[in-house]
Design a protein around this ligand. Structure first.
Ligand SMILES: CC(=O)N[C@H]1[C@@H](OP(=O)(O)OP(=O)(O)OC[C@H]2O[C@@H](n3ccc(=O)[nH]c3=O)[C@H](O)[C@@H]2O)O[C@H](CO)[C@@H](O)[C@@H]1O
Ligand SMILES: C=C(OP(=O)(O)O)C(=O)O
Length: 501
């Protein structure tokens, strides 16, 4: 394989350093690969084959879906760091469009969702580069964005494309964007975004798979913008619009959630004044021109922290989860304590963004009982909407009946019935409510990933719990939000193998 890669590289007239730069790694790593001294995952091979545009390696890796084979029933042990969040990453990537200078996002999660956004950015002329031996992404905008060249395939695979509306209304009087995709959670509303951005002169008509936008540049918010719902991405879109408006904008009913806070800290670095961060009223004084070389560290992902916590609970393991953003996990932990869970928290320390409070959390295995009331999410500071599905896996090991009420998404609770083949007694009461009766007698199973990130992850956790060999098929949706999950969980003692058909 090393020889094949070396020959393909030479044929493409690339140096080892150039290939390393395309892969976001070092020249010495490429040298090791070519000497056959490095084990290569199929994912790395796919990246190499893409960088080399090489037939030989392409044949080996192909576009076949990636599956997992999981030998479950093993206890986990050791320590694991929570990675930085998908949702802050995508917000900051969109915010980089506001900056004419170079933005470096440090320690970014290397996940498929980030890959889709960088593909879209690259296609419209924005240069992005992973700095060698790091997860730092450098983003340099072009003189003029070329929207006609947009990679629509990538754009339609993510909901984040909707968050191009806010930055682009500063650049164009007229533009179109492909309709948003993302998790298949039933229809997700766009109206609150359009309502918020109307105050900045944006008018959008959706037809034939596109949002057609026109901008009345003379229109500015003359009164507070009241968001019709306290959504995360709608708040972010309003922030993008306000960031380059040189007056003061008040945004009410804003989401104070983790990714919005991260975005605010990043915008502050770009010179935007924001008061009220972490509350539902944001007062923003923008700047007409942003042209700065800046760096920013997005914070750790509370949803990944919850996922790892649930992995420890279902496998009855003692592990230490480091870098847990505690402000965004407090309700979840209080509820778990009510269910009988024991854990220890370290002293608090600060994330690299200089703001977010982190702790290390040590899980202590023990019996759990079902909560007396139903579990339901609320916009922050409620129980996180994306953390709710993990309580399905936790309820499966608790004694008694737990009701989960996902009022938010049309389709998400439905996917939790995918736990049935793994032995979980789960009953769909209506499209929003499931009843789970524990404790579960786990059994291994072969399951196709549901098309939604968190329920898919919950199925994976159940497979970690179920003794025997399970197979989880087509895990793209999980790779959207989690970085190298297999190797990171294997380092804790799990046995997860990646394979393609
Ligand atoms: C990229 C990103 O950051 N994605 C997150 C973001 O998506 P995003 O902000 O795009 O979420 P949506 O706008 O789709 O809102 C989620 C759902 O909640 C409903 N809703 C929301 C707020 C409210 O006050 N009332 C209300 O009814 C919406 O109508 C929708 O059905 O927030 C969601 C809810 O936290 C998370 O699941 C997503 O992971
Ligand atoms: C629903 C989610 O993401 P998105 O908004 O990217 O679809 C999620 O992260 O669980």
């Amino acid at each position: 394989m090393g020889n094949l890669i070396r020959d393909a590289r030479r044929q493409r007239q690339l140096t080892q350093t150039e290939l390393a730069s395309a892969l976001g790694t070092s020249q010495s790593a490429v040298a090791r690969i070519e000497q056959g001294k490095q084990n290569l995952s199929l994912e790395t091979l796919a990246r190499i084959s893409e960088a080399l545009d090489s037939e030989i390696v392409t044949t080996v890796t192909s576009n076949a879906p990636v599956n997992l084979r999981i030998e479950g029933g093993r206890k986990l042990s050791g320590e694991i760091d929570v990675r930085t969040s998908k949702n802050a990453a995508v917000a900051c990537l969109c915010a980089a469009l506001l900056n004419k200078g170079r933005t470096t996002l440090r320690d970014l999660a290397r996940i498929e969702e980030v890959n889709r956004i960088t593909e879209v950015l690259n296609s419209i002329g924005v240069k992005t580069r992973w700095l060698p031996d790091s997860s730092d992404l450098e983003i340099t905008p072009p003189e003029r964005i070329d929207l006609d060249a947009m990679d629509e395939g990538a754009a339609r695979r993510t909901r984040t494309i909707l968050m191009f509306l806010g930055p682009l209304l500063h650049e164009f009087e007229e533009f179109k964007l492909p309709n948003a995709g993302g998790c298949d959670l039933g229809s997700r509303t766009v109206e609150p975004h359009l309502h918020a951005l109307r105050s900045f002169g944006l008018n959008v008509v959706a037809s034939h798979g596109y949002y057609h936008a026109t901008v009345d540049a003379d229109r500015h918010p003359d009164k507070p913008i009241i968001l019709t719902e306290r959504g995360d991405t709608v708040t972010e879109n309003a922030l993008f619009a306000a960031a380059k408006y040189p007056g003061t904008t008040v945004i009410r009913n804003a989401s104070p959630n983790y990714m919005v806070q991260d975005l605010c800290f990043f915008l502050q670095k770009l010179g935007v004044t924001i008061e009220g961060i972490g509350t539902t009223t944001l007062t923003v004084t923008g700047v007409a021109e942003i042209d700065q070389d800046v760096e920013y560290y997005p914070s750790e992902d509370p949803i990944e922290a919850m996922s790892l916590l649930a992995a420890a609970v279902v496998t009855e393991s003692e592990i230490t989860i480091r870098r847990v953003p505690i402000e965004f996990m407090e309700i979840e932990l209080t509820l778990l304590a009510d269910m009988g869970m024991k854990y220890e928290l370290s002293e608090e320390y600060t994330s690299n963004n200089g703001h977010t409070r982190l702790v290390n959390l040590r899980t202590i295995p023990g019996p759990l009982k079902a909560p007396k009331d139903k579990i339901h999410p609320m916009p922050f500071p409620g129980l996180n909407i994306d953390n709710l599905p993990f309580f399905a896996a936790i309820a499966a090991v608790a004694e008694g009946q737990t009701t989960l009420h996902d009022w938010v998404y049309e389709n998400r609770a439905i996917y939790l019935t995918e736990l049935t083949p793994l032995g979980v007694k789960v009953q769909l009461m209506d499209p929003h409510r499931v009843l789970i009766e524990g404790p579960t007698r786990w059994r291994p199973a072969e399951v196709m990933c549901p098309p939604a990130l968190r329920p898919a992850m919950v199925v994976l956790l159940a497979m970690l719990a179920a003794p025997g060999e399970s197979v989880l098929r087509n895990i793209y949706v999980i790779s959207r939000g989690y970085e190298e999950l297999d190797s990171r969980l294997n380092a804790l003692g799990a046995n997860i193998q990646t394979f393609r058909d």
